[in-house]
Design a protein around this ligand. Structure first.
Ligand SMILES: CC(C)(COP(=O)(O)OP(=O)(O)OC[C@H]1O[C@@H](n2cnc3c(N)ncnc32)[C@H](O)[C@@H]1OP(=O)(O)O)[C@@H](O)C(=O)NCCC(=O)NCCS
Length: 261
């Protein structure tokens, strides 16, 4: 994997000199980095997602979280990262930085003093595939309303839009191992991913995050990164047999003229 010369298309990712693996250092934390997923991440992910301090706030991962779940997750995310890294490699002689449709780094790792690395969480950016019914009000574009008749069409269009289209609505998904909560790490991770990759390399203009009502920490992470709370969706989903209310946050590039549809 190691390549002797730095591919400028990776910018601003750094490259681990020993392994050739690209990474982003989380701003303000010398010992916390974000790297691509690795095939052997499963055993480290499993205890995090079996901890109720993590899973109670998450919709996707099954509970209990089994080795086969970690394997399916890695089978999903690793190829997405590999594909972007291959595109960047193929474009290495282009003078201009290409725009890509995914962030190749998503696993948050602590680098220990002996150089070993410990997976402590993840931060993913995906195209939003939910909440297509939440659209800007025609009377007041600062206000969002629910229009169920537009849900399916909006979600379908969001999937189909071309890479780099500023109207794509993106969404964050994240978690951190409880031992690392409340140290400012996720606030800085969101800031780093947005500033270093999502905006310059994916042309992201609209980013959303949905948190279950009561997830104060997660809401703060997004508010501190310039997101605003746009709507509360009562009883949005039934998760593990329980009805969940969703708080939806959105960040929009200042120059964005998107209509939210
Ligand atoms: C949500 C989560 C990612 C936040 O990450 P974090 O690194 O702990 O967040 P930060 O340290 O950057 O904290 C941001 C703010 O939230 C506060 N906070 C963090 N966890 C909190 C909690 N459990 N309860 C209340 N406040 C909390 C912090 O004190 C900080 O507040 P401040 O700015 O007023 O000091 C992390 O708590 C987590 O993984 N939770 C479980 C999974 C989850 O909720 N994922 C998100 C799904 S939407």
């Amino acid at each position: 994997m190691a390549s002797s010369t730095y591919n400028p298309q990776l910018a601003p990712l750094e490259v681990n000199a020993a392994t050739g693996e690209p990474f982003l250092r989380i701003e303000g934390y010398d010992d916390i980095i974000i790297t691509p997923p690795r095939w052997d991440d499963g055993p480290q992910i499993i205890p995090h997602l079996n901890d109720p301090r993590v899973w109670q706030w998450m919709q996707g991962p099954p509970v209990p979280y089994l080795p086969s779940d970690a394997e399916s997750w890695l089978n999903h995310v690793k190829p997405l990262s590999d594909e972007v890294l291959e595109e960047l490699e193929a474009a290495k002689d282009s003078a201009e930085l290409i725009t890509v449709g995914h962030c190749p780094v998503s696993m948050i790792r602590k680098v220990n003093e002996d150089g070993s690395e410990q997976q402590i969480g993840s931060i993913d950016i995906i195209r939003s595939h939910d909440c297509g019914e939440v659209v800007k009000s025609q009377e007041d574009p600062n206000t969002y309303v629910v229009d169920l008749t537009r849900k399916e069409g909006n979600e379908g269009r969001n999937k189909e839009r071309n890479i780099g289209d500023p109207d794509i609505i993106w969404e964050f998904g994240d978690y951190l191992a409880p031992a690392f909560h409340s140290r400012g790490i996720m606030t800085a991770a969101v800031r780093t991913i947005m500033q270093k990759w999502a905006l310059p390399r994916m042309n992201v203009h609209i980013m959303r995050a949905g948190t279950f009502a009561g997830n104060i920490g997660s809401g703060k992470v997004f508010l501190k990164n310039g997101f605003r709370h746009i709507i509360t969706l009562p009883d949005h989903a039934v998760v593990r047999g329980e009805s969940k209310t969703l708080d939806l946050y959105e960040w929009e590039a200042p120059e964005s003229t998107a209509t939210g549809s």
